[in-house]
Design a protein around this ligand. Sequence first.
Ligand code: ADP
Ligand code: ASP
Ligand code: MG
Length: 417
Amino acid sequence: MGRLVMKFGGTSVADIDRIRNVACHVKREVDAGHEVAVVVSAMSGKTNELVGWCAQAAPLHDTREYDAVVASGEQVTAGLLAITLQAMGIQARSWQGWQVPILTSNVHGSARILDIDGEELIARFKERNEVAVIAGFQGLNKETGRITTLGRGGSDTSAVAVAAAIRADRCDIYTDVDGVYTTDPRVVPKARRLDKVAFEEMLELASLGAKVLQVRSVELGMVHNVRVFVRSSFDRPEDIDPHGTPPGTLICSEEEIVEQQVVTGIAFSKDEAQISIRDVQDKPGVAAAIFGPLAEASINVDMIVQNVSADGAKTDLTFTVPAADYTRAKDTIAKAKGKIGYQRLDSATDVAKVSVIGIGMRSHAGVAAEAFRALAERNINIRAITTSEIKFSVLIDAAYTELAVRTLHTLYGLDKA
Ligand code: ADP
Ligand code: ASP
Ligand code: MG
């Protein structure tokens, strides 16, 4: 007998039929003798609709009220799944974030989980054999007593945090693909499912655009050593062998991975914007004058490229910011123009970042150089490059994203046979 967290995302609970299918998966684990906590997302499309309604009501709105609205999607699915389980004869109870409670920071719209008290859930496993159905994505700020949400895709984080709090043996993330692939399988049909991915690699994949897991959930899994298993909710519950190993991907520590590839996967993101500041002084203090105000405005700067000037006087400086912060970033720079001292500001939003990730890069030289050659052969221009120990990223025209991803996928031998 074990203790499990089962998390189901939006498409897995899209309607009453899909919720019934989820209930069958839960029943399967309960029948196998496990103690189960389920974490659910809102029905597919629901959160987008709720976010849209807030924007319609007022483009600039109070984020506390935004949270009050968007947290409701998960409340509905938690209740519906509890009803469905009860109708199947399974003892079940729904839990909102504030009822557990899942305590978070006060940063509405992207709060961080601070603490979860799992003792009541554990007591109910023992005393009543009761399945806990927990609304993902939401929590409570203790000081203000208000509902918070964890940022888009946050139910993954709820699930891993609950798994740590109840000391679960495993956290199964059920979604609409049967694991983590070498790249998004909806973009590259030749993508291969990975049996195991190291936490560090998954962290990079997720933060560089592979939205199969929210970044924070991977961080929590790594810190609390939770075994996270990504699998499909579309497998028929009755076809699953309770003693077999289902198809899926285990996110685990590096030591557990026997066959280490140089490149594990490729991620991409079109949510990028590029800003170039022309003819800035090449002298001490200029970078601080540019990036200081951006940091104060809580704008995350990612890639930075600066040339050494030929004459020691003037140079260009290019950087990227999240597309959502593009206008704010341009305004911030324009306001600081007097202090920075530049001629012109150019910008582009039709750019994409393509990243190649693999722990094996630590011990292999020349991995990035191969990519630059392959992209050049396809006539894909690289606007900016960044590298770190286990990944490198290139900024390119968005129109070439799919071509670049497929080219690199083939180059590094990731295509399935
Ligand atoms: P859920 O609603 O279950 O949380 P998401 O839509 O958030 O599901 O995440 C699953 C999606 O992530 C898949 O449908 C797939 O298109 C996308 N995805 C992106 N990169 C990858 C990858 N490397 N492996 C698997 N899926 C990926
Ligand atoms: N429903 C939320 C979202 O769409 C959280 C989640 O699905 O993980 O972002
Ligand atoms: Mg998700």
